[in-house]
Design a protein around this ligand. Structure first.
Ligand code: S3P
Length: 181
């Protein structure tokens, strides 16, 4: 599936609360890659918080910043990149990631996602009267995009450690180095 591609990086995609940042940091430490997070890159580039961007310019402004950061990622090397949950819903973003990274999607059910994010209500897209319903709706809309990742990893009923091992294994296989990063 990844034949002919040069894979320098590992991109983690998937809905908020699927563990992209925690898994990504652990994977990066184990394979001696840098770790980067697209939301943090956007905040550094704009000098604004994600919530501030949504409040001032709305989601469309945020998605523009996201596209610009995806462009920057093409110059990254030996980096594990955790992406914002909606980033791959713009097809060109996913296509761009695939030019330099193995794209791994972390998956969880809406119920598990809600259980994981319910105490972290800073997320602008969950500022609604019924966040569980919003999660179900967004996840259903986004599922076809997430399924376009190179590898889909179900995080349900699995420890973070197990997910990390699985992601590293898939990355090594894709790079053709089963025992080295
Ligand atoms: C978003 C997810 C967030 C952040 C922004 C929008 C989304 O990132 O990019 O709030 O569209 O799902 P995380 O997935 O890291 O929470």
């Amino acid at each position: 599936m990844t034949g002919g591609r040069v894979i320098h990086n590992l991109a983690l995609v998937g809905f908020m609360g699927t563990g992209k940042s925690s898994v990504g940091q652990l994977v990066a430490a184990q394979i001696h890659f840098r770790f980067s997070d697209t939301d943090e890159l956007i905040e550094a580039r704009t000098g604004k918080s994600i919530s501030g961007i949504f409040a001032e310019g709305g989601e469309s402004q945020f998605r523009e910043y996201e596209r610009a950061v995806v462009e920057d990622l093409t110059g990254f090397y030996r980096t594990v990149i955790a992406t914002g949950g909606g980033l791959v819903t713009q097809e060109e973003n996913l296509n761009s990631l695939k030019t330099h990274a193995l794209v791994v999607c972390l998956w969880a059910s809406p119920e598990t996602i809600w259980a994981r994010v319910r105490h972290q209500m800073h997320r602008p897209l969950l500022q609604t009267p019924d966040p569980p319903a919003r999660i179900r709706q967004l996840l259903a809309e986004r599922e076809p995009f997430y399924r376009r990742a190179d590898v889909l990893v179900n995080t349900e009923m699995r420890s973070v450690k197990d997910v990390v091992h699985h992601v590293i294994h898939q990355f090594r296989l894709a790079r053709g180095h089963p025992s080295h990063p």
